[in-house]
Ligand binder design. Structure first.
Ligand SMILES: OC[C@H]1O[C@H](O[C@H]2O[C@H](CO)[C@@H](O)[C@H](O)[C@H]2O)[C@H](O)[C@@H](O)[C@@H]1O
Length: 570
């Protein structure tokens, strides 16, 4: 790992933190991506496609052929020359993976969705279930034999991919995928995905954003412990618990040390440790190299650019890439400031991790870990109560670190630094037992959610901000709504369960409508317009994408549907 002070640009005090160097292959593919943009133009251009290509020959040979291509002054190549080069020297991204029918897939699993009695809904549930076959992949022999020619990482077990342009496994998507797989009774597939993620911790020290060489500089929202606990609850698999525990303890350290750790001193002089997103990267993201370079174009100073690149990658680490939630100026992406925000959702996930490790250590009889992580969870709960909780609003707010104190070891708490804008993440702590076991808190937060404006015809929106960013309204239909629903259900309160069901029914109806409207399910992340259920023209994701399948199946399993959910928007 190289620190920024060792890199050729000395950017202090703007840019802080470590950088994980990338591979020569990724650097080369970035140049191919840049040339492709100049050659083919920006219409329908997907930069990720080019860093997903693999080489037919060793890098020096392919590089030479690429460098020998006649180029114009602006770096473009004749379309026919470039296409010729691609077909002679590169394999398509899809060649790295093979379709595989999961070993535990059956057309109708025994005991599948027992509470879903309406025939139409049940048939649809079975179709969603059947999509696991479409999204299941294993790494091809070619990747295993010659990993140096591929950016795809050689994982041992089959995976479920999100679909569309995302042909590799993703960290946090896997949580919802696994919730769906469990509803589909596909325990072995779920375990294989978790073992792959544990393998990444063994190799890198943390779970990568996704299984590609260009994702090694950051993680994603840490939900591995939740995956393990959900599988364990259904299978009592002690082998999994034993393999997972050391990895989870390692992952916990990753999120609670170095740049990911923030210390805040409260009014009473007590200090609190919390976590933040912070990528180990300060260059354009390889998979979006041409886009990030353009975003940073207006900045004149290299140091500012490095900082912006770090913010872009750190926002990708948050899973919410991109949203006004992380921006100082909501209309300017170049004002991202993710590394100076202490996020509610990340800390809820780490608190969950601490409670999950306590539970798993207990099961495994590892008493010292039980004591340690129990104490850690109590400390984080206290920190979240102090720094994020706003009793008046009934929400937990992200905490923005003061610019003037940046670079300091301990930040002073200041109530005005809570970001009072409304996001779905403000309600995620409800997912955690430490909060959903408190009746007063649940009541208050449920009321606050109902009046927040986030509850739309299609479920819980990620934010109220009508921006062009992927994770803002109207595009951002949060998978995290599943956690809010789960938390409301787990609280045990009748009113909370009824709110949870109300949210779930919005999501289910909309996705069912999407399915009925298009008369087909797609593997890709598609959108529909569905008057009534899309809330008068709001866009919603269509079932078929990995995580949305998972949420659909988990909701169907939890609530069951006796009623007809037929779309009324046709
Ligand atoms: O293409 C750029 C970005 O793509 C990913 O982000 C989005 O898709 C992921 C897979 O479904 C999802 O986990 C994430 O929440 C989405 O925003 C990737 O994770 C980013 O790192 C990447 O830069």
């Amino acid at each position: 790992m190289m620190t920024s002070s060792q890199s050729k640009l000395t950017c202090k005090p703007t840019d802080y933190g470590p950088v994980v160097p990338t591979t020569p292959l990724v650097i080369f593919l970035q140049s191919v991506q840049e040339t492709a943009l100049k050659t083919f133009g920006s219409s329908n251009f997907d930069p990720k496609l080019y860093v997903d290509l693999s080489l037919k020959y060793d890098l020096p040979i392919v590089k030479k052929a690429f460098n020998d291509l006649p180029k114009t002054e602006n770096g473009s190549v004749l379309v026919s020359d470039f296409k010729g080069f691609l077909s002679k020297f590169m394999n398509g991204a899809e060649d790295d993976l093979e379709h595989v029918v999961p070993v535990d897939y059956v057309v109708e699993p025994h005991g599948f969705l027992p509470k879903v009695v309406h025939k139409g809904v049940r048939d649809w549930g079975l179709e969603v279930h059947s999509l696991w076959k479409n999204l299941s992949r294993k790494v091809s022999k070619r990747v295993l034999e010659h990993p140096e020619l591929h950016t795809l990482l050689p994982l041992k077990y089959p995976v479920i991919i999100p679909g569309s342009r995302f042909q590799e496994v993703y960290y946090w998507d896997s949580y919802w995928v696994i919730r769906g797989l469990l509803a589909s009774k596909m325990y072995e597939t779920a375990k294989g995905i978790v073992l792959n993620l544990i393998g990444l911790i063994d190799t890198y020290g943390y779970v990568l954003n996704g299984a590609r060489a260009y994702y090694t500089n950051r993680s994603q929202p840490p939900l591995l412990s939740s995956m393990v606990v959900e599988i364990y609850k259904r299978t009592n698999d002690m082998d999994l618990v034993k393999k997972a525990l050391p990895a989870l303890i390692k992952e916990h350290k990753f999120w609670n040390s170095g740049i990911h750790n923030v210390i805040i001193e409260d009014d009473q002089g007590l200090t609190h440790n919390l976590s933040r997103y912070y990528a180990m990267w300060n260059q354009p993201r390889p998979e979006s190299f041409t886009i990030d370079t353009e975003t940073a174009d207006k900045l004149t100073n290299d140091c500012e650019k490095e900082q912006l690149y770090r913010e872009l990658a750190s926002t990708a680490e948050s899973g919410w890439d991109f949203s006004t939630r992380w921006m100082k100026n909501t209309s300017d992406l170049a004002t991202l400031t993710t590394t100076t925000i202490v996020p509610v959702d990340l800390n809820a996930f780490v608190l969950k991790m601490e409670l999950d490790i306590t539970l798993l250590a207990n099961v495994a009889g590892e008493t010292s870990h039980v004591l340690h992580f129990n104490r850690a969870s109590e400390a984080r709960k206290k920190a979240m109560d102090t720094i994020f909780w706003n009793a008046e609003k009934g929400q937990w707010f992200d905490y923005w670190l003061n610019d003037s104190s940046s670079g300091k070891d301990v930040y002073k708490w200041d109530a005005s630094n809570q970001n009072q804008n409304i996001f779905a993440s403000n309600f995620i702590p409800l997912w955690i037992e430490s909060f959903n076991s408190d009746e007063t808190v649940v009541k208050k937060v449920a009321q606050s959610l109902e009046s927040s404006g986030l509850l739309r015809a299609a479920g819980v929106a990620t934010s109220l901000s009508n921006s062009s960013q992927q994770w803002d309204f109207p595009n951002g239909w949060a998978p995290v709504q599943h956690m809010i629903v789960d938390g409301l259900v787990r609280s045990g309160s009748k009113e909370a369960r009824s709110l949870a069901k109300d949210i779930a029914i919005r999501w289910i109806r909309t996705n069912y409508a999407a399915y009925k409207t298009s008369k087909a399910m797609h593997e890709k992340y598609d959108v529909i317009k569905c008057g009534d259920f899309g809330g008068g023209g709001e866009y919603v994701p269509q079932t078929g994408f990995g995580w949305s399948n998972g949420v659909v199946l988990a909701f169907l399993e939890e609530f069951g549907w006796a009623e007809d959910l037929s779309p009324q928007c046709q």
